[in-house]
Design a protein around this ligand. Structure first.
Ligand SMILES: [Zn+2]
Length: 348
């Protein structure tokens, strides 16, 4: 099994974060383990949308992960836990983790280079210890200035292409994450600037994925604009495709099919943020993707915060698909084909 969409800020257990925080001696609002655990416990009734979700949890986890040691250990523990939780029946054998390195420098207290090198090293250890292929995607921020996003893209190019060490591929791609409510995904002028910014990274072989079509804020219009101006190989979520109608639906499906853009579907987090009302919406979307020949894969997004793992996500979708449960098997193949990691294609 392969997980192509997992955020470092939402995937490290509270116990690990607490020990790192305690050892680092950083002063925070979390005075006890219970306070930190409570902070990281999802209360679905308090989450009304994606913005609520992003604002509620990540400031704390990003703060704790903001040092070379804590970033390295977080990356390591993320992979170790995801591997163990995948179960012996179908071990996770590859994972791409994503994070925003500029959100982990503690306002310049640490250098970007030190943070990045530390996460690379954490994943080298994880790849060696658990025999899991690993790679890193740098997430730019929709709420960031162009100057700050350019720093992230340049860092990806600096650190990309280091080659694989025992399955650890280092930096393999770029992502765009953050609030869709800023409406940047439909802002052509904004997209043009970012599209130009990432072009050299694409030419150097880095993969491009982009969070869009997760909520009605970007919707099918945002997906179309991102496909036109960013040309990502994969899309984070893209579930708003289900709301496209008529000519727009035809156009979107055609583009996704012809370019074989893989939708990274993360069912449970969409439920928690209220982006979908139930998993039947995901099941219907998978039927549509299958009939249209559009690749998709199942992922966890923030497995610790939303208390899930890759096996559970597959099981939930299979159950929602009912008699079409076998459709889920394509996900393994598509995840393998569309991973930015080299050399994982022959292993399911
Ligand atoms: Zn995500």
């Amino acid at each position: 099994m392969i997980d192509l969409h997992i955020h470092m800020g939402g995937a490290v257990p509270a116990a690990v974060l607490w020990e790192l925080l305690s050892d680092s001696g950083l002063q925070t609002d979390f005075k006890t383990f219970d306070e930190l655990e409570e902070y990281l416990t999802v209360r679905p009734e308090a989450i009304h949308n994606l913005d609520d979700f992003l604002n509620r949890y990540f400031h704390g986890t990003e703060l704790i992960q903001s040092s070379p040691r804590t970033a390295s250990e977080s990356a390591y523990q993320l992979v170790a836990k995801a591997y163990r939780r995948s179960g012996r029946a179908g071990r996770m054998h590859a994972v791409e983790i994503r994070y925003n390195p500029l959100k982990r420098v503690r306002e310049g207290l640490h250098t970007l280079d030190a943070i990045i090198l530390a996460t690379i090293h954490g994943l080298e250890r994880a790849s060696m210890h658990y025999r899991v292929q690993t790679g890193i995607l740098f997430s730019m921020g929709k709420e960031f200035s162009h100057e700050r996003n350019a720093i992230i893209v340049n860092a990806a190019m600096d650190f990309g292409g280091r080659g694989a060490l025992k399955g650890a591929h280092g930096v393999v791609g770029i992502d765009m994450a953050g609030p869709e409510s800023l409406l940047n995904d439909s802002n052509v002028e904004w997209l043009k600037v970012v599209g130009k910014m990432i072009e050299p990274a694409r030419e150097r072989g880095l993969g491009i994925t982009w969070h869009v079509g997760e909520t009605a804020h970007s919707g099918p219009d945002g997906m179309e604009a991102v496909l036109e101006w960013i040309r990502p190989q994969r899309i984070g979520h893209g579930i708003e495709l289900r709301k496209a109608e008529g000519k727009q639906k035809e156009r979107l499906c055609k583009t996704l099919r012809e370019r074989q853009v893989c939708l990274e579907i993360c069912p449970s987090v969409n439920l928690i943020t209220g982006s979908i009302l139930n998993l039947r919406e995901i099941a219907d979307l998978i039927r549509l993707l299958t009939s249209e020949g559009i690749p998709f894969c199942i992922n966890t997004d923030n497995p610790y915060i939303i208390q899930t793992n890759l096996r559970q996500e597959y099981d939930l979708v299979a159950k929602a698909l009912g008699e079409d449960a076998q459709l889920i098997n394509q996900s393994h193949h598509h995840a393998s084909m569309h991973s930015f990691l080299a050399g994982v294609r022959n292993r399911h």
